[in-house]
Design a protein around this ligand. Structure first.
Ligand SMILES: [Cu+2]
Length: 287
């Protein structure tokens, strides 16, 4: 079960936009991530619930909002929380919590993650997405938190045995913590729209592998490329995405239909060595 925190505040018709103050209780949980084919791996995630979720929550906030954040560590190990450009909590002991208030002073897409035991804690699932929007931005957005899992790594990391980086051989591939066909049920992930109306897709690679997402049916235009800013404005159908990189892609569909998107690295459309699952989603566009 995926749980999201979606907080969108629109200005009233008055010319004055005031910032909101939002209380967020973010919990670090450990548990079993259910994978395609009935498999499970040990994982750790951040969520607003005391119950383990398969993927860390995606936060959508408005520029200038004030966040009163309390991070609670329910895991047996110390963990931290870094939100790029906004927050740096270096360590929270097991059973402890840290509170911090901050203003969302910058618009954009930011990763949040555990800086401890890098890259293994963020690999286990302690990494997610924060999107800070202009209060005037009424665009339709979809979110893909892209990562892969080497189930043998999870077993070792949970036992505090660092795996060998050169042995990384992922066998599961997820978007927002789930694989095809279940990912098509995720309304925050699955692009839906209408011919002639722009939508945007935010892709964040929270894994350790390079992925390359191929869109059928349409060309999309790069609105943001965190790794290669000079590529902004390019229009094409396949987009490489490096670890810790994010992209914002814009699409204005020119025809109706259901069109697939998948990782062009075809091992990523498998799960537990079974084809076809993994990173495969469809866009559904109405007339
Ligand atoms: Cu393709």
């Amino acid at each position: 079960m995926i749980k999201y925190t979606l907080i969108t505040l629109l200005c009233s018709i008055s010319l004055l936009c005031s910032s909101a103050t939002i209380d967020v209780r973010l919990v670090i949980n450990s548990g079993s991530h259910s994978l395609t084919g009935g498999a499970f791996v040990a994982a750790k995630t951040y969520s607003v619930s005391n119950t383990f979720e398969d993927n860390s929550d995606i936060f959508i906030w408005n520029h200038d909002d004030i966040i009163n954040l309390k991070v609670v560590n329910l895991d047996s190990e110390p963990h931290g929380l870094l939100i790029e450009n906004h927050v740096n909590i270096s360590s929270i002991l097991s059973g402890d919590s840290v509170s911090q208030s901050f203003t969302l002073a910058e618009e954009g897409v930011f990763r949040y993650f555990d800086p401890l035991n890098s890259p293994f804690n963020e690999y286990l699932g302690l990494s997610g997405i924060v999107h800070v929007k202009s209060v005037l931005d009424t665009s339709s957005y979809f979110y893909w938190d892209i990562r892969e899992i080497d189930s043998s790594w999870n077993e070792l990391i949970i036992l505090n045995t660092p795996p060998n980086l050169v042995d990384y051989d992922p066998d599961y591939f997820t978007i927002n913590g789930v694989s095809s066909p279940d990912i098509n049920m995720d309304v925050l992930a699955r692009p839906t729209g209408i011919v002639g109306e722009e939508f945007k897709v935010i892709l964040v690679n929270n894994g350790q592998s390079i992925h390359s997402m191929h869109f059928h049916g349409y060309h999309l235009t790069i609105a943001t490329d965190s790794k290669r800013p000079s590529h902004v404005g390019r229009s094409k159908d396949t987009f490489p995405l490096y670890p810790r990189e994010h992209l914002v892609l814009s699409c204005t569909p020119d025809k109706p239909g259901e069109y697939p998107v998948h990782d062009h690295n075809l091992v990523a459309v498998t799960g537990g060595q079974q084809y076809a699952t993994g990173m495969f989603i469809t866009m559904l566009i109405a007339e």
